[in-house]
Design a binder for this molecule. Structure first.
Ligand code: NAP
Length: 333
């Protein structure tokens, strides 16, 4: 039975990846900073995962976790992931996103150099590019977050040259009902659910014309696993190839809400619901990101199974259901 160690197992991608690897028959070890029961997303699988406590900033805890798991594959998904926080705390972002990965690689090289390592790289490394980005597109990150991920991605290449099986999956934005609530898509679907339940507060957002290539996280964790299977490690770009604006996302949310709730409880228009707030307009903002995943499609046979409309539907339904559950519990209490 293959063994995998996942850092960031309590997050969106970590929880989907754990489920996927368990289904494939893996023994799954998850690095956590606190009680796994505090992550809603692990509730269904926690009893099947071996948890080890650790922090990417603490090499000793990583070494102990690694020794306990003794993995065939490591998926380094833990990170400080939020771009605005990376401007507030750039040094901490680097310590976690670059230092943490450097600590892990040193442990792998010293303890078990045949371990295969996946690094969670990101489209934020590209910055503003007019064309669809592939593995050859030059990096031009626009934030401390993007820069930290680029440094870690380069570090992976350096260790690969030294013989370690390590690669960076350059993933474009991927969402799900498990997406962090601070991220724009989830901020929108949560606000939509609150509106329908009677909380008619305007939603404040930044640039509505910002475009991203949004896919479903459950599809993307399959690509992570597929990347670690070939004999030779290679970086791959993963995305749907289609971008949508924040305004498109809002419009799709309204469409889905009308189907679910009828028109009366739903905002009449984006203008009635959303207010552009200059505090969310960012310097160095990336206006458009779109993937060219032909290499992953050709080499790994990977392709997304969930389109934009289905993704939005899934997120709206989940946030409505969870808010109804909370309000129901309050009423019952
Ligand atoms: P997420 O839901 O925010 O999860 C982040 C995880 O990192 C959490 O489990 C968190 O643990 C853990 N973590 C943070 N700091 C840590 C530290 N110092 N030590 C140990 N664990 C720490 O993020 P995600 O969306 O699943 O993203 C997973 C990875 O993919 C990240 O590296 C991200 O940069 C990368 N990525 C994501 C996307 C995307 O669109 N989602 C796109 C490209 C790349 P706690 O629960 O303890 O906070």
């Amino acid at each position: 039975m293959k063994k995998a160690l996942i850092t960031g197992v309590s997050g969106q991608d970590g929880s989907y990846l754990a489920e996927y690897l368990l289904d494939l028959g893996y023994e799954v070890w998850g690095l956590v900073r606190r009680e796994p029961e505090t992550s809603r997303w692990l509730a269904a699988t926690a009893h099947r995962i071996e948890f080890v406590y650790g922090d990417l900033r603490d090499e000793e805890s990583l070494a102990v976790a690694f020794q306990k798991a003794w993995p065939d594959e490591v998926y380094n998904l833990a990170a400080q992931v939020f771009v605005p926080t990376s401007w507030e705390c750039p040094a901490e972002t680097f310590d976690i996103n670059v230092g943490g990965f450097a600590r892990l690689l040193r442990i792998v090289e010293r303890q078990k150099p045949d371990t295969r390592v996946y690094q969670a790289s990101t489209s934020e490394m590209f910055g503003n590019v007019e064309a669809n980005c592939n593995e050859e597109t030059p990096f031009n990150p626009m934030s401390p977050y993007g820069t930290s991920k680029m440094a870690a991605h380069r570090l992976a290449a350096v260790y690969r040259n030294r013989g370690i099986y390590v690669l960076g999956g350059i993933l474009f934005n991927h969402e799900s009902p498990r997406r962090g609530p601070e991220m724009v898509t989830r901020k929108i679907t949560r606000a939509a659910a609150r509106w329908v339940m009677g909380d008619r507060v305007k939603l404040k957002l930044g640039n509505l014309q910002s475009r991203r290539d949004w896919g479903f996280a459950g599809d993307y964790v399959k690509a992570m696993h597929a990347m670690l299977q070939p004999d030779t490690p290679n970086d791959y770009v993963i995305g749907t190839g289609i971008s949508h604006s924040v305004e498109d996302f809002l419009q799709q949310v309204l469409t889905e809400l009308r189907k679910i709730c009828g028109s009366s409880d739903v905002p009449r228009s984006i203008e009635d619901w959303v207010e552009v707030d200059t505090q969310f307009l960012r310097t160095g903002e990336i206006h458009n990101l779109q993937a060219d995943s032909s290499a992953a499609r050709n080499d790994l046979g990977w392709q997304p199974s969930v389109d934009f409309a289905h993704l939005v539907k899934m997120m709206v339904e989940a946030d409505l259901a969870s808010l109804r559950e909370v309000l129901g519990a309050k009423t019952a209490g």
